[in-house]
Design a protein around this ligand. Sequence first.
Ligand code: CA
Length: 320
Amino acid sequence: MTTAISIRKSPIVIAHRGASGYLPEHTLVAKAYAHAAGADYLEQDVVLTRDDIPVVFHDLVLEEVTNVAERFADRRRADGHWYVIDLDFAELQTLQVHERVIPSTGDAVYLKRFHERLDLRIRSLAEELSFIRGLNAATGRHAGIYTEVKSPAWHRAEGKDSSPIILKTLAEFGYVGPDDDVWLQCFDAKELLRIKHELGCRLKLVQLIGENDWLESDNDYDAMRSPAGLADIARYASGIGPWIPHIVTWAQSGAQPEYSTLVRDAHGVGLEVHPYTFRIDDLPEGAPDVESAHRSLFDVAGIDGLFTDFSDVTLRLLGR
Ligand code: CA
């Protein structure tokens, strides 16, 4: 297995929502930190505002990472949530972005992260791409982008079509072809097929793979991970983004890692494998420590890239 790895190109490090281990996710400071750390790709999750501006934001709802509850108390829906899609871009600009909390209690999801409250804002996709273009120019080090179309079926049910808007913005920044330094990711296979065949997108596509009970889409993710499923994906995508436990698991703390055949099967049909998400403060269940979890993923399983909240740690362990 070691021989096979040594002839492959070195794996890519994808800054998951920026340097989100250190700074509130998807803020420009988090992107700057990840760029400075040397991440190969900076991730954008993209959702639409009420006035159809694509913004870099992970959730469909606002209350876990912003002060929306105090700012727009009356804009809560009957289901108890404040949705990005219910506010205009200008309204979203009045919100402070902060580290992720549990809204009902205000408790931090990750205790040892950045918990200051500062004037950090939600940014449009165009602002973020401009920021990255500026950093690439100023540093001479080129970081690519790794953009996710979030919940397209949900957007459509709300009367919004995000993919064409996202593709248009990417094109405005020169991201148009398979050799451009961009990966476009989505959990929804139907949307990826539409992006490729109806919208004529030529970017490298990544099929994200979750668990069926997460309800990310109506896709059957168990079937996707089978050799036949992977062969189907290879007809439209260049890679898959599975969950780390789809590749390696530890039955209990200290137990030997157990590997699936997913990476080998995916490589067999020409797909790259970029699993999510590595967190040094929230290791995969049962993983004994940061170093051995990394070794299992990169050296043994042979992944081609990793979504990480801690790009600097991943780069250091890769010897970069
Ligand atoms: Ca994402």
